[in-house]
Design a protein around this ligand. Structure first.
Ligand code: HEC
Ligand code: HEC
Length: 295
């Protein structure tokens, strides 16, 4: 190859790469920019102490709001990587950098239930496709709890989608990244099952407890698209996994102590067991009853 053909080849490759990048950015932008119409919901949020306690239980111990948004709900990085991009779970307190003063309860409900922000776009990485199962009563209790958070000043750094995320979005993959895509926004919220140690109530708790975000949709485990770099692959939670030989007591003991029956510790950075440990006995038994029904 002469020097000139090499130069030509290099410039053709550079042009192709630039065209590809423009295509990838354009395609990913279509998904990021899509607007969703959500039915307006009227919501009665009571702020009495009992409701706030219930809201903390659902939001903190079950739905993991504080696992992602921070113990004080003042925000935390969800991703910060040159390839993936940067995205912080925002500050939900009324402090500087927190939810705007005119952010209404309905806006919170739409973020939780529809995964849609005030601009009508899908929120990114917020697991609303799971949280959507939340009953009216639990949703308004969670909102009352979020509203009770003391103000913390914490600005969120600007977000950007990195090249890897753009490629994945352009390829139509990773629906988990944009929860609003996975939601039927016109479907009414499902009725909440009675709080008994039944598979039906367990299914509800596994849903709003976002187990599927990490253990995958079929709870069969394996690395997930939101995996942190050093994260151990979340195990299979069905009978075919390592829980196959466990008893109900083994399961309760594992989630309460953070160690499996064979003494293996679970890393709380990846598996938020210290929060789940505060679920009631009835709730944990319900989760176990549901896991036993999985194929
Ligand atoms: C798996 C992590 C994760 C969990 C769990 C989670 N969030 Fe989020 N949440 C996020 C991220 C990341 C964003 C930022 C989305 C964006 O900017 O596109 C977000 C955005 C939000 C917003 C949008 C604020 C705005 O600017 O409109 C609200 C409100 C919110 N979350 C509330 C909650 C509540 C309440 C819970 C618990 C019921 C919760 N989140 C659970 C990660 C999470
Ligand atoms: C943020 C991600 C995440 C969420 C949410 C999550 N898990 Fe996990 N889970 C993991 C990871 C990662 C491990 C492996 C941890 C380790 O080995 O240190 C794990 C381990 C486990 C184990 C131990 C299994 C074994 O064979 O060792 C059980 C049981 C479990 N999870 C149940 C649940 C249940 C039930 C829920 C929902 C109520 C849930 N997890 C939610 C990430 C998660």
């Amino acid at each position: 190859m002469t020097a000139r053909t090499a130069r030509n080849a290099a410039s053709i490759a550079a042009t192709a790469f630039a065209a590809l990048s423009v295509g990838v950015i354009g395609l990913s932008e279509v998904r990021l920019d899509r607007r969703y119409a959500t039915p307006s919901a009227s919501l009665a949020v009571r702020a009495d102490p009992e409701t706030v306690v219930r809201g903390r239980h659902v939001g903190d111990h079950i739905a993991q709001c504080s696992f992602c948004h921070g113990d004080d709900l003042a925000g935390k990085p969800a991703a910060d990587d040159p390839w993936l991009g940067r995205l912080w779970a925002p500050n939900l307190t009324p402090g500087r950098g927190g939810l705007p003063r005119d952010y209404r309860d309905e806006d919170l409900a739409r973020a939780i239930r529809n995964g849609v922000g005030r601009d009508g776009r899908s929120l990114r990485l917020m697991p609303s496709d799971q949280l959507r199962a939340m009953s009216e009563a639990d949703l308004s209790a969670v909102i009352a709890w979020v509203r009770s958070a003391p103000p913390v000043a914490a600005e969120r750094p600007a977000s950007f989608a990195g090249p890897l995320t753009r490629l994945v979005l352009a390829a139509g993959l990773a629906p988990e990244l944009l929860p609003a895509e996975r939601i039927d926004h016109d479907a009414p919220p499902p009725p909440a099952p009675a709080p008994d140690p039944t598979p039906a109530y367990g299914e509800y708790l596994v849903g709003i407890g976002i187990c599927r975000v990490c253990h995958r949709d079929d709870l069969g485990g394996g690395a997930h698209p939101l995996s942190l770099p050093d994260e151990p692959p979340p195990p299979d939670l069905t009978i075919s996994g390592s829980l196959g030989g466990w008893s109900e007591a083994d399961f309760l003991q594992t989630l309460r102590s953070g160690a499996t029956p064979d003494g293996r510790p679970l890393d709380p950075v990846y598996m938020p067991w210290p929060r789940y440990a505060q679920m009631s006995e009835t709730e944990l038994r319900a989760v176990w009853a549901y896991l036993r029904t999985l194929p």
